[in-house]
Write a protein that binds this ligand. Structure first.
Ligand code: UTP
Length: 478
C-alpha cells in the first residue's frame, strides 16, 4: 500500500492544474505510486507555478535598460594608490587571521551534469592532472590539506551534489578515504530539483510513475545550504565565510587571504573575482551596475555594441567578466533564504523526453520543454557593498568545460603547467621551452605541498624540485 492516496494528491494538484500527473495512477505498481507520491509532495507547487509564470511572462532577452547600464567598479589586482596599498596590506593580514581562526570554509558546487565535457560520472571524479592523473576532487582535497597545515586550522569543505550524482560522489570519497581529509570535515548536500514543464505549464512525466525533475541550477545552492543544515553546521563551527568555487576550475586559489580580508574589511556580503576579458566575445558574464546595484549580465544578453564599447584608454568598457569565484558571508545567506527564495528564476528551453497521454515515451528532436534554473550571481544585487577584485587569469582560471579546444582538459593542463613554470621562474629556475614558447617539459606539483610561489621557492631551496632541467624531462612532486 502506498502512503499516498490519489485523493490527497489530487487535492494538492487540482488547485494548480496539474492533475494530469495522476493519469496513470491506477495502473501503477505500489512502489511506483510511492515514488510518484513522494515526488509530488516534495514540491511546493504554488511557488513553482509562480516561478513558471514569471519566466513565461518575462521578456526574452530580458528587458534591461541597457542605456542606464554602467560597468561595475572593481579593485585592481595590485594596489594603485597609497590608500589601496594600505588597505591591501591590512586585508592580507585580516584574511590570514580569519583562516587561522577557522572562520572560513570551502564550498564547491558540483551538481552540474557536465554535458559539454561528455564524461560519464560526476565531474569532480574526472581525472585530469598532467602526470599523476588526479581527479578534480583529489586536487582540491590536497589544496585544502595544505591550507589547513599552513594556517594551522580546521577548514570544513562543503560540496553540493545533485540527486543524479550524489551517491557516486560519496562513494568516490569513501573509496579514496577522503584523500586524507578528516571525514567529519567534508560534508555533502544535495541541491534541489524542479519539474520540467511543457509550454502550457503542465509538468512533464518522464515515465507513467515518475516526474521529469531537474537540478535547479547553481543558484539552488542558497536554499540547499539552508535546507541541508549546512548553515547551522557553519554556525556551530564558528565559520562565517564561504569560499565558493566551481568543481571544474582546478586553478582557483582555494583560500585567498587578500580576497577574504577585503571582503571582511569592506563590509561586503558577497564578493567576486573578475577576469579582464580577453576579447569582446569571450563568454563570461559582465559585472555591471544598474540603479546603484551590482549585477551580472550574461554575455548572451549583452547587446553587441556594449560588448564592443571601449573607454578613453581603448580598453573594453565592460571588461570585468565573472569566473564564478566568490566569498559569501553566512549571515547574508541566512538573510536571503529567510522564507521563500528571493532570486528570480531563469528559463532554459530543453529537449525533455516525456510520456504522452497514452503512456508512450517521446524523445523530442527539438526543445519541447522548459526548465527553471537559479543562478548564484543573482544574489549580488541583494548584497550589501558587494566587492569585486580583479583576478590574474594565469593564477586563477583554467576551467574544464569542453572535451576539446578552449576550456578543455588539454588547455587546463597547459595553463596549470605554465603557472607552475612561472612560480619556478620566480624561484630562479627556468624550464626549457620549444621554439613556439611552449614548455618542453611535463611537470606536476601536488597542491598538498605547493599552493603558492613561496611554497615552490622553499621546495627548490630544500632540493625537492630540481634546479636543472633538460628538454623533454618529466617531473612530478607528490
Ligand atoms: P556549468 O554551468 O558549467 O554546467 O556549471 P555543467 O552542468 O557543469 O556543465 P554543462 O553545461 O552541462 O556542460 C558550473 C558549475 O556549477 C555547478 C557545476 O557542477 C559547475 O561546478 N552546477 C551547475 C551545479 O552545482 N548545479 C547545477 O544545477 C548546475
Amino acid at each position: 500500500m502506498s502512503r499516498h492516496t490519489k485523493e490527497q494528491l489530487t487535492a494538492l494538484l487540482a488547485p494548480v492544474n496539474q492533475e494530469h500527473l495522476l493519469r496513470f495512477w491506477d495502473k501503477l505498481a505500489p512502489q511506483e505510486q510511492e515514488l510518484l507520491g513522494d515526488q509530488i509532495t516534495s514540491i511546493h507547487w504554488p511557488e513553482v507555478l509562480r516561478w513558471f509564470n514569471q519566466v513565461q511572462n518575462a521578456e526574452e532577452p530580458p528587458a534591461i535598460p541597457f542605456s542606464q547600464l554602467s560597468p561595475a567598479p572593481y579593485l585592481p589586482l595590485r594596489p594603485e594608490t597609497p590608500e589601496q596599498e594600505a588597505l591591501y596590506a591590512q586585508a592580507l593580514e585580516k584574511g590570514q587571521e580569519l583562516l587561522r581562526q577557522g572562520k572560513v570554509a570551502g564550498f564547491t558546487v558540483a551538481g552540474g551534469q557536465g554535458t559539454r565535457l561528455g564524461y560519464d560520472g560526476p565531474k569532480g571524479t574526472y581525472r585530469f592532472s598532467p602526470l599523476r592523473n588526479k581527479s578534480l576532487f583529489q586536487y582540491f582535497a590536497e589544496g585544502i590539506l595544505r591550507n589547513r597545515e599552513k594556517y594551522g586550522c580546521v577548514i570544513p569543505w562543503y560540496i553540493m551534489t545533485s540527486p543524479a550524482n550524489h551517491q557516486q560522489t560519496l562513494d568516490f570519497f569513501q573509496e579514496n578515504h577522503f584523500f586524507g581529509l578528516p571525514d567529519q570535515d567534508v560534508r555533502f548536500f544535495i541541491q534541489g530539483q524542479l519539474p520540467g514543464f511543457n509550454p502550457e505549464g503542465k509538468a512533464l512525466l518522464e515515465a507513467p510513475g515518475k516526474l521529469a525533475l531537474f537540478a535547479n541550477g547553481h543558484g539552488g545552492t542558497l536554499a540547499a545550504l539552508r535546507d541541508s543544515g549546512t548553515l547551522d553546521d557553519m554556525e556551530a563551527r564558528g565559520v562565517e565565510y564561504l569560499s565558493y568555487w566551481q568543481v571544474d576550475n582546478p586553478m582557483v586559489t582555494l583560500f585567498d587571504p587578500l580576497f577574504l580580508g577585503l571582503h571582511c574589511l569592506t563590509g561586503s556580503q558577497m564578493s567576486s573575482r573578475a577576469l579582464i576579458k580577453r576579447d569582446p566575445l569571450e563568454k563570461l558574464g559582465h559585472f555591471c551596475q544598474l540603479e546603484g546595484k551590482t549585477l551580472i549580465v550574461e554575455y548572451s544578453d549583452m547587446p553587441g555594441e556594449l560588448l564592443q564599447k571601449t573607454d578613453a584608454q581603448g580598453r573594453l568598457t565592460f571588461r570585468a567578466g565573472s569566473p564564478a569565484i566568490h566569498v559569501i558571508s553566512r549571515e547574508f545567506i541566512r538573510q536571503l533564504t529567510r522564507g521563500s527564495l528571493a532570486l528570480a528564476p531563469h528559463r532554459a528551453l530543453k529537449k525533455i523526453p516525456f510520456v504522452d497521454q497514452d503512456g508512450c515515451k517521446v524523445t523530442p528532436e527539438a526543445p519541447n520543454g522548459i526548465k527553471l534554473e537559479f543562478f548564484i550571481f543573482d544574489a549580488l544585487p541583494f548584497a550589501h557593498s558587494p566587492l569585486i577584485l580583479e583576478a590574474d587569469r594565469q593564477e586563477q582560471f583554467a576551467a574544464i568545460k569542453n572535451a576539446q579546444g578552449t576550456d578543455s582538459p588539454d588547455s587546463c593542463r597547459r595553463d596549470l603547467q605554465n603557472r607552475w613554470a612561472a612560480w619556478l621562474q620566480q624561484a630562479g629556475v627556468s624550464l626549457p621551452r620549444k621554439e613556439d614558447g611552449s614548455l618542453d617539459v611535463t611537470l606536476e606539483l601536488s597542491p598538498r605541498k605547493a599552493i603558492s610561489p613561496q611554497d615552490v621557492q622553499a621546495l627548490v631551496e630544500q632540493g625537492a624540485i630540481p634546479r636543472e632541467w633538460k628538454p623533454g624531462d618529466t617531473f612530478a612532486l607528490d
